[in-house]
Design a protein around this ligand. Structure first.
Ligand code: UGA
Length: 455
């Protein structure tokens, strides 16, 4: 088939909208299908409902060049479409297992589209992160039932996990480090491989072709492993805090130089958040336990992460001798820099904990104030201006490693705060510089004894 004549991308979340925009920017005729009319309307006007660097500009360009079209339904599109990408969300349901209702809905829609279509053998690619066996045991039967076609005869089916990170979604989509294609019929995998080969030419992206369950597990295992690395370094951080002279940054540097370990995802801090790592860990643990396995390795990773969030609150309590009535500036709400996403953000958990302990919480974030307000309501005060957030604060806590915080000037901050006390939850500041300015400086993974000495 070579480069597809047209693709449909169902679901315009982080993955779907980024993929649609990227494909359209490469000249692939792309139909982005988003059921939520308000969201679809925004996208049509060139305003992404999420913040991602470069996305708005590229979206506007592709809309104006008519390579991207936005619809709320798949109808009438099916005749032209060579590849249907399913990129809908799999949020955590009330029972804490992934809710597959959107995946089922998209499979039904694609099945119906195939039923209306004459001939052809389009490819359906599931990209949403799902528990093992979902592609073959949930998605395939639904498409077959609705379309009256059988997989391999009337359509192809693949599971193709997405590894993009929020905050660098477009760059990651344009430069994937690997492509994993899961298919039960090799022909299906080759169609997708050819599509990607042309899309990324002349770069040859390392590609693994496997079956659907292995591809599904590769995605879950990747996120679970990354999460374990973070919880591991956070445990080392706790040890460092309690031994004279300990500093996790130094330890992580040495650890990461071992090529068997690697230096990525060894940044100690207030823990991991976002819509993926916690959810995928729980999903993998749930799958393991369903199979009668002991998933305590994964459960411990989650538990350590939950308590890690409290570490900076405890530091504030100890340093201030109680935080009731104290004004605390919380710098950052997003779960990581470069996004306005606050889903499972450790910073949000910290804001709640500080408030529940009676602190007067003032928050700043360059992008996530609005999304933060939706979850924290009026329990905290919001500042779009960093200086006003820091003014008269008894302590400042860095919760997201935005560039703005890493480049703060100690003398300026000191002049604003009531008490020069800073708690670096992300290790973005240089301790000697802040200590030299007379700050009481505390940080995740830095010996308490050393911290107080330098204060
Ligand atoms: C993660 C994966 O990195 C992507 O490969 C994957 O595609 C995505 O989930 C997904 O499944 O959709 P993302 O959640 O966007 O991406 O963000 P990460 O960069 O993985 O960061 C997750 C959390 O871990 C953040 O809260 C971050 O602050 C924290 N983190 C990360 C650390 O605390 N320390 C580190 O060393 C690295």
């Amino acid at each position: 088939m070579g480069r597809a004549k047209a693709v449909a991308v169902i679901g315009a979340g982080y993955v779907g909208l980024t993929l649609s925009t990227f494909l359209a920017s490469r000249g692939v005729k792309t139909i982005c299908v988003e059921k939520d009319e308000v969201k679809a309307e925004k996208i049509c006007r060139g305003t992404p409902p999420i913040y991602e660097e470069g996305l708005e500009e590229l979206l506007r360009k592709t809309l104006s060049e008519h390579t991207l079209e936005v619809r709320t339904r798949l109808d009438r599109a099916e005749e032209d479409v060579d590849i249907f990408f399913i990129t809908v969300g799999t949020p955590v349901g009330p029972d804490r297992v992934p809710d597959l209702s959107q995946v089922r809905g998209a499979a039904v829609d694609v099945g119906d589209a195939l039923a209306r279509r004459r001939g052809g053998k389009p490819l359906v690619v599931l990209k949403s992160t799902v528990p093992p066996l979902t592609t073959w045991e949930v998605v395939r039967p639904l498409i077959e039932e609705r379309s009256g076609r059988s997989c391999g005869e009337g359509f192809h089916l693949c599971f193709n996990p997405e590894f993009l990170r929020e905050g660098s979604a477009l760059a990651d989509t344009a430069n994937p480090d690997r492509i994993i294609i899961g298919a039960e019929q090799k022909e299906a995998a080759y169609v997708l491989q050819d599509f990607y080969r042309e899309l990324y030419a002349p770069r040859a992206i390392p590609t693994i072709i496997t079956n659907t369950v292995n591809a599904e597990l590769t995605k879950l295992a990747t996120n679970a492993f990354l999460a374990m690395k973070i919880s591991f370094i956070n445990l080392i951080a706790r040890i460092c805090e309690r031994v004279e002279g300990g500093d996790v940054v130094e330890v992580a540097r040495g650890l990461g130089l071992d090529p068997r370990i690697g230096g990525h995802f060894l940044r100690a801090g207030i823990g991991f958040g976002g819509s993926c790592l916690p959810k995928d860990l729980r999903a993998l643990a749930g799958s393991a336990e369903k199979l009668g396995l002991d998933a305590s390795l994964l459960r411990a990773t989650l538990e350590l992460n939950d308590s890690q969030r409290l570490s900076v609150v405890e530091m504030a309590e100890a340093a201030l001798g109680g935080i009731g009535g104290k004004r605390i500036a919380l710098l950052g709400l997003a779960f990581k820099p470069g996004t306005d996403d606050v889903r499972e953000s450790p910073a949000v958990a910290i804001a709640r904990e500080l408030s529940s302990r009676g602190a007067e919480v003032h928050v700043h974030d360059p992008k996530a104030l609005e999304s933060g307000r939706q979850v924290l309501g009026d329990s905290v005060a919001y500042h779009s201006n960093l200086d006003s957030c820091l003014t008269e604060a008894d302590a400042a806590i860095i919760a997201t490693e935005w560039k703005e915080y890493a480049t703060l000037s100690p003398s300026k901050v000191k002049a604003l705060m009531r008490r020069p006390l800073i708690i670096d939850g992300r290790r973005v500041l240089d301790p000697p510089v802040w200590c030299a300015e007379g700050f009481e400086y505390y940080a995740v993974g830095l010996s308490h004894r050393r911290s107080s000495r330098c204060g």
